[in-house]
Write a protein that binds this ligand. Structure first.
Ligand SMILES: Cc1cc2nc3c(=O)[nH]c(=O)nc-3n(C[C@H](O)[C@H](O)[C@H](O)COP(=O)(O)O)c2cc1C
Length: 334
């Protein structure tokens, strides 16, 4: 029922940014509102999604009971791939409109058949019973299923650069999303130093990573736990970003420079809203992105050969050639 290959929940692949394959609609309040580039996950535990609405778009009390985020493929069929029914937790004024913070009320995932999704969910529940969650990261099964659907929308994995008197740091991030043309939302764990540093500096630069450099981005995960790093020790060349002059990777595909407007500690994550002050694309190369494994399975039509190749692609993107240890040559005297 699970097939021969089970793809990882965070499947790493190359997709152009901004992505054009999924649209995300806010429905249940009259004409659907396209929020593809107007929402971001705000926190994992509790799981909250922030949706940015224009002035006059806020739902009425009655509509609030029936609002959902729906994830559609953008192709001709406009297949519905996932639904997160929402429950409003908080609303805040935002850019002349409103920022709604919503929790999941009910979740449906149509990337797999009902039988397959039932089997996958049982496997995950069993796994959950056997292993303890990371401290401060306990998510209900509803929240986990909502997070899975949220990753039907491709999330680029960017490298965040910050710099100041303390030095500088570069670390990967993908829990994020555009909140309209000039604003950006992102979530950083409250138990890591990266979020504190971003808060202190008040500015950041995000660089899209060409998928050929994916393992370099994954290799910087531990920098979330550091205040600063030795920039000369980075495994790639750097140069100053166009506006702030922060150190960015030479290989970047697209660079956005931002000023933090506000931040809010929610639970496992602090949610930041930033104003974009510079946005430059340097190439059209596919950007390292993350999609949910079920959605990748749907993209591949569940074909075993393609799924096996996809598993390899994901591992290569995350670990590079460490995946294929080179056997030391036998010593002639052996
Ligand atoms: C590709 C990638 C993307 C990440 N994105 C985020 C993010 O958006 N927010 C966040 O708080 N941490 C993010 N992290 C950091 C992890 O949550 C974690 O804190 C980091 O890998 C260090 O974890 P460890 O101390 O368990 O090794 C990311 C890590 C990787 C590898």
């Amino acid at each position: 029922m699970l097939g021969e290959s089970v793809l990882p929940e965070e499947f790493a692949t190359g997709i152009a940014d901004p992505q054009q394959e999924i649209s995300v609609m806010l429905e249940g309040m009259g004409e659907p509102i396209d929020v593809t580039f107007r929402h971001s996950t705000a926190c994992s535990a509790p799981f909250l999604i922030a949706v940015a609405l224009h002035k006059g778009q806020a739902p009425t009390q009655k509509q609030l009971r029936q609002i959902s985020l729906k994830f559609y493929e953008r192709g001709e069929d406009r297949r519905l791939l996932g639904v997160i029914d929402l429950r409003l937790r908080q609303a805040a004024p935002f850019s002349g409109g409103e920022l709604l913070f919503c929790a999941p009320r009910c979740v449906r995932n149509y990337c797999l058949t009902r039988l397959a999704i039932g089997a996958h969910y049982s496997r995950l529940l069993l796994k959950e019973l056997r292993s303890a969650p990371a401290p401060g990261m306990k998510m209900s099964f509803l929240e986990r299923r909502a997070a899975m659907v949220s990753f039907i929308r491709p999330h680029p994995t960017v490298l965040v650069s910050i710099a100041g008197e303390f030095g500088g740091n570069i670390f990967p991030m993908n829990i994020m999303g555009a909140l309209g043309p000039g604003r950006f939302g992102f979530a950083l764990r409250t138990d890591r130093l990266a979020g504190e540093s971003v808060e202190r500096v008040g500015r950041l630069v995000i660089s899209n990573v060409p998928v050929r450099c994916a393992p370099l981005a994954y290799g910087l995960a531990r920098n979330h736990t550091k205040e600063s790093v030795r920039l000369e020790g980075l495994p790639f060349a750097i140069r100053p970003s166009p506006v702030f002059g922060f150190p960015i990777p030479e290989f970047t595909v697209r660079v956005r420079e931002m000023e933090v407007e506000r931040s809010q500690r929610i639970g496992s994550h602090k949610f930041f809203v930033a104003r974009i002050v510079g946005d430059r694309a340097f190439s059209q190369e596919p950007s390292l992105s993350v999609i949910h494994g079920y959605y990748q399975t749907w993209r591949l039509g569940g074909r075993t050969v393609d799924m096996k190749a996809a598993l390899l692609e994901d591992r290569l993107n995350k670990h590079g050639d460490k995946l294929f240890p080179i056997e030391p040559e036998a010593h002639p005297s052996n």
